[in-house]
Design a binder for this molecule. Structure first.
Ligand SMILES: [Zn+2]
Length: 399
């Protein structure tokens, strides 16, 4: 637009200077000068308010909102999103554009026909790695290195029953991590996926590989050998009640709690923790809507208080660790949405979070060969990334 702008400036003289202060985008002289306004959505503001602020009448505001609404859920508008309006001096809107999260733009052109289009930039996925020293805690070490600190939770999910982060870490341990980061237009959108971690404590090297898909199971290695495969029934959920004797939240008396409760929002996916065959789907008294999976002849896992079972999940079906078998709900006797997860061996409930149990139900999860290949590849990728990254990149600053 540089040449037409200069041209217009010469032709329009003083009039152009005035429109320039209004943030005008000049057109060649034979076209009317288009005024562009860029407005940012403030807290508590609606699109309608913003359009009114731009000086647009009620009928046209409605038309614009309708066109945007066809392409974008306007309830998702947040402070910081922007509205750009191109208007003729006569006050006719020629083009309107919403700039929402993750670089997405929704553009409407008003003419003989109204045309709407959504422009979404292609996300770019980067492999990243960091090597850091643990001095106070894993969480602090990650935070100081600019690595997403939520990775501490992912690590604890896998190493929890094996490493006591308070007792076993004496300071000075090295933690290496590799993850994927999604960027749009060169900017991180806050989407990080941990793929590999290596933690050396004294002479023991613990390594964890996470699968490509979000739902698969993580594998824990000890000194290069598969130690166990860990699939969580609910990703990243908080354990709201552990196994053992407790005061019953509904009945108030002391009862044995035969499983572990994971508090999560209704509808959160529930995954099979180990491969097996679905032996029961249906209602079971206080358990509510329940799925049960047999893992060999002696071990069974039970998933209770479910909200719904995905279509296609049936009794008799074989499932893999990490397969989706339901969603969190509060059916049966439950104070709120949570997953009651139970592991029974020969009919007797056992503590699902105990290490023996993890080993028992995951023994057959994965052929050792695939797991070994995955470890070799992860180590090589990490090595490569650490070599490629210059020292300034080694501690990422913008994530
Ligand atoms: Zn429970």
């Amino acid at each position: 637009m540089t040449i037409p702008t200069r041209f217009a400036a010469l032709m329009l003289g003083a009039a152009f200077c005035l429109s320039l202060t209004l943030n005008a985008r000049a057109q060649p002289a034979e076209f009317p000068v288009i005024q562009t306004q860029t407005l940012e959505i403030a807290s508590g503001q609606t699109l309608d308010l913003l359009l009114a602020q731009a000086g647009i009448g009620a009928a046209e505001r409605q038309e614009i909102a309708f066109a945007f609404g066809a392409e974008y859920d306007l309830r998702k508008l947040r402070p910081g999103h922007e509205l750009r309006i191109d208007m003729t001096p006569g006050g006719t809107v020629q083009q309107a554009e919403l700039r929402v999260s993750e670089g997405v733009r929704i553009e409407i052109s008003f003419g003989v026909d109204t045309a709407t289009r959504v422009i979404a930039p292609e996300p770019e996925v980067l492999q990243r790695a960091a090597s850091l020293q643990i001095n106070t805690s894993v969480f602090v070490a990650l935070e100081e290195a600019g690595v997403p600190s939520r990775f501490a939770v992912k690590l604890a999910e896998v190493l929890g029953g094996t490493v006591d982060f308070r007792r076993d870490l004496s300071g000075g341990e090295t933690l290496q991590m590799m993850w994927r980061e999604t960027r749009i237009d060169g900017e991180s959108i806050g989407h990080f996926e941990l793929t590999f971690a290596a933690l050396k404590i004294d002479d023991t090297l613990f390594e964890v590989t996470w699968p490509d898909a979000a739902s698969g199971s993580a594998t824990l290695y000890r000194n290069g050998e598969v130690m166990r495969v860990v699939a969580q029934p609910v990703e990243g959920a908080r354990v709201s009640s552990v196994y053992g004797r407790r005061r019953h939240p509904v009945y108030g008396d002391i009862r044995m709690h035969s499983g572990v409760d994971f508090a999560a929002a209704r509808g959160t996916p529930v995954y099979a923790t180990a491969p097996g065959r679905i032996r029961f789907i249906g209602r079971r008294g206080g358990y509510g809507r329940t799925v049960e999976i047999s893992h060999g002849s002696s071990t069974m896992t039970r998933y209770a208080h479910l909200n719904a079972i995905p279509e296609g999940v049936r009794e008799g079906q074989q499932v893999a660790a990490g397969d989706r078998i339901g969603s969190v709900g509060s059916s049966g006797t439950a104070t709120g949405p949570n997953l009651h997860y139970e592991v029974r061996v020969n009919g007797r409930p056992t503590d699902p979070l105990s290490e023996d149990q993890n080993i028992a139900i995951s023994r057959t999860t994965q052929s050792g060969e695939i797991a070994q290949e995955r470890l070799v590849r992860a180590r090589a990728d990490l090595q490569q990334l650490m070599t490629d990254q210059s020292p300034t990149q080694r501690t990422p600053s913008e994530s």
